[in-house]
Design a protein around this ligand. Sequence first.
Ligand code: ZN
Length: 391
Amino acid sequence: MVIGDGAYIKKINRSLILQKIIEHQQISRANLSKITGLNKATISVQVSDLLDEDLIYETRPEHNSVGRRPILLSINQTAGYLLGVDFDYKNIQFTVADLIGNFVENNTINFDTEDYNEATSLLKEQIQSYQTKYAFSRYGLISCVIGIHGTVGKDEEINFIPKYQWSKVNLKKDLQNELDIHLIIENNANLSAFAEKVFHHPHNHNQSSHLLSIMLSSGIGAGRMIDWDMDKGCHGYTGEMGHMIISPFGPRCKCGNNGCWELYASEPILFNKLSEQLNKPHITHRDIKQLINKKDPVTHELFHEYIFYVAIGLNNVINLYNPGTVVLNSRVLKAYPNAIQKIKENMTSNVSQYDNIVLSELGRKACVIGACALGIQHFLGVSELFLSHHK
Ligand SMILES: [Zn+2]
């Protein structure tokens, strides 16, 4: 920090003012001054700039009581748009949000090759079409934030995507060569953790200040938020807890080790076992729901085992991090009655400490929602971001 640097202080003040306007949705200049501790003259100058930039607007609410009606300030939500992309295997999800996190549209495209060049040209075309579509707004399509199901370095270079077997590819650079837009490349589990923070745990108390979000889907990935900082480790690759060894003589994993957590607690494992034991070649989420409702004994036995292994990994992770809240993003656990209670029953250690384990309400949209939120945070330059979740 450079003490006495006027431009720097102005930037900090602007960020704080924007942060409070988003948080309160509608707020008067007087209240802004009270909440931020900034004097009225500073508020007035900053607000005037933000109005000039079309980032906020004024309203004078109608009410019947006598007296002065204060002018309220709100974020001009349609001044620009953000594009969030979940670059999953075989399908790519695109979501557009406005500046207060309203989701304007969501589209999924099937992608049937593993060719990197085809992927970049498809992304390029898509991003360009969204740029054209939102060009009518003052700032147009501001940013595109892409969630990658693999390791992404702090320099945003992709280290490795197991399913595509792409290593050391610089998607950001390759797209930037052809596009004129601000781009961010980030790991999908980190974006999901950010979404949980922004939409469900924004407050700065203990439970929310150490947030661990674990995705139990085709693999296992995790993201961790400490207050408003994404914990990325030294190089950006933290959270690969799916490859924590929970059974050294267990089956071989594609990472090169044996008995990784992912081989016991990821979704496909449960599906494969069900399919094998029920002698049914293709099992869907819908089938699982029906089997649970029918109280099918094989299904219940397999869930029992699955939950046992989920709890083993969770126990280890909780001992490592001592989290406040653990958010589990899992479609199958969501379908199973009292899943969290049953997980907790398997965690009997007196050592592992946490405040809360919950199931994610964001589900498969967590990544794109987090991507849009990160774009908003970046554009407005705020350190804390409070958005209400609009489905
Ligand atoms: Zn592994």
